[in-house]
Design a protein around this ligand. Structure first.
Ligand SMILES: Cc1cc2nc3c(=O)[nH]c(=O)nc-3n(C[C@H](O)[C@H](O)[C@H](O)COP(=O)(O)OP(=O)(O)OC[C@H]3O[C@@H](n4cnc5c(N)ncnc54)[C@H](O)[C@@H]3O)c2cc1C
Length: 458
């Protein structure tokens, strides 16, 4: 018994076009309808003749829906298609040579007629816009479901220097890589980045935008903007949930979420952070151009900063009783021509982001062009802790514990960049991300090989 499938093909095409909302080529439609482009072209030619779509040739062309689907009923489509048979088992589709069909159809003749009439009446009441709205709702759920079940080889949380460097290497191994990034790199307060080979003085955001585009040019690469709020180990690897509720599955996870600088609550610091209040001499001291530089004793390591900075300007170390200097350290600072100011400091003053100087408790203002501080560090994201990673103490906070291959204490979870190292800068974070990617690739290969050996043995 031959069933006319044109009605079904037409409805599929129209609802996909309505959902897409933009012109669609025959090839694209064929992909959505899981059929041959030739079939699609035939269907669309019929729809064009009936005034439902128009077509445009050439690059960027395709089929465009031109009828308002609210004014079209299923009956209209049925008519436009020349009233094809609706019921697969009916006299109109009868195989003349088959006596069984003839006997069955003879017995059901009236019923077929009534069913067809009822169907057509109902067709007249069904608007295509209602079908399209229902279809779009189902598509959205379906897509979400697909996203949930899509298994990435690696999910990288944190799409900055460490994360993107690792992601690029993994995408180049043809593995499916998803980067999840909240868009808050640690150096976002600084207008320029320095000491990055081949990019000295470029804006950090510019470097990252370029890195992101280069990564996304690989077909197995994807990136979502958002915050990963939870992660758990699963049988297949790791499941990561975003703040918007979406869930992503990966065989491996790389945590490259960076650290946050906990600025001391000293008036005048926060509004100058990254401009005239800095932490890394190698990143920004050269640009100060010499002159008076200050170091505030905000951690037990601040004297070390002061001893370095003497290479870049006339350095004053503003001491704090909470971090007393022993005799040897004081002697070392003096050997480096660092002046030690013992009067407690109270504020940083001037028209921000500029600095006039450091205000002391006795009322004096000690002029400086720039100030360096060592800010205690904390994880920028609780994700590593939440999934159960162990941490190591560092001189300024903690870092995620990893082995020689950047693997954390949690199976299938790797970590790189500032969150997993003690020495921090763009180049070191990038290199760490690359190293983690190599280790992840190696672990995927080992797992794939073991799976295939087991399958052969079974
Ligand atoms: C003010 C300042 C200026 C600096 N200047 C320089 C410089 O000139 N040269 C230099 O070499 N270094 C510089 N650094 C150091 C440099 O910024 C860091 O070493 C580098 O950014 C570390 O890279 P990372 O990828 O490990 O972390 P980050 O760059 O901090 O990136 C972490 C990324 O992870 C994202 N993230 C965090 N949690 C989540 C989550 N739960 N879900 C999704 N995404 C998340 C963040 O939004 C961010 O995009 C500077 C640092 C500071 C503070």
């Amino acid at each position: 018994m031959k069933h006319d499938s044109r009605l079904s093909a037409t409805l599929h095409a129209l609802l996909h076009m309505a959902d897409h909302g933009k012109p669609m080529t025959s090839d694209h439609l064929a992909l959505c309808l899981r059929t041959n482009p030739v079939v699609v072209r035939r269907t669309m030619a019929g729809l064009r003749e009936a005034g439902f779509v128009t077509s445009e040739r050439g690059h960027g062309g395709g089929w465009t829906l031109v009828r308002d689907l609210a004014s079209v009923s299923l009956r209209d489509i049925h008519l436009a298609l020349g009233e094809p048979v609706l019921l697969p088992l009916s006299p109109a589709t009868e195989n003349p040579g088959c006596l069984v069909e003839q006997a069955v159809n003879h017995a059901l003749d009236d019923t077929f007629r009534e069913a067809q009439a009822l169907l057509l009446e109902r067709f007249g009441q069904i608007r295509l816009s209602d079908l399209a709205a229902d279809f779009s709702r189902r598509m959205a759920t379906h897509n979400m479901q697909k996203e949930i079940t899509m298994q990435h080889d690696a999910i990288i949380v944190g799409g900055s220097f460490a994360g993107l460097a690792g992601a690029l290497v993994l995408a180049r191994t043809r593995r499916r890589v998803l980067v999840i990034d909240a868009g808050m790199p640690r150096n976002r307060f600084a207008a320029r980045s320095h000491g990055v080979l081949g990019h000295d003085g470029r804006a950090g955001g510019e470097l990252l935008a370029e890195a992101r585009a280069q990564f996304l040019a690989y077909p197995s690469a994807s990136l979502v903007s958002g915050e990963a709020v939870a992660a758990e180990t699963t049988e297949e690897g790791i499941a990561v949930r975003l703040a918007d509720g979406t869930l992503h599955q990966g065989r491996r996870m790389l945590i490259a979420t960076g650290v946050r600088d906990d600025l001391p609550a000293i008036p005048g610091l926060a509004e100058r952070w990254g401009e005239t209040v800095l932490h890394c001499p190698y990143c920004h001291a050269y640009e100060i151009g010499g002159g008076p530089i200050g170091v505030l004793a905000t951690t037990a390591l601040s004297h070390h900063q002061a001893s370095l900075l003497a290479d870049w300007g006339d350095t004053t170390y503003f001491a704090d009783a909470n971090f007393p200097l022993d005799e040897a350290t004081a002697a070392l600072l003096s050997a480096r021509n660092v002046r030690i100011e013992d009067t407690p400091f109270t504020a940083v003053e001037g028209s921000a982001p500029g600095i006039d100087g450091v205000r002391l408790a006795d009322g004096r203002l000690v002029p400086v062009k720039a100030l360096f501080i060592g800010a205690p560090l904390r994880m920028a994201s609780p994700l590593a802790q939440q999934i159960g990673c162990a941490f190591d103490e560092t001189r300024l906070g903690v870092k995620i514990r990893t082995d020689g291959f950047k693997q954390t204490t949690v199976r299938n979870v790797f970590a790189a960049g500032d969150a997993a190292t003690e020495m921090h800068n763009i180049t070191l974070a990038s290199a760490d991300g690359v190293f983690a990617a190599l280790a992840i690739h190696r672990s995927l290969i080992e797992e794939d090989a073991a799976t295939s050996l087991n399958a052969t043995a079974a």
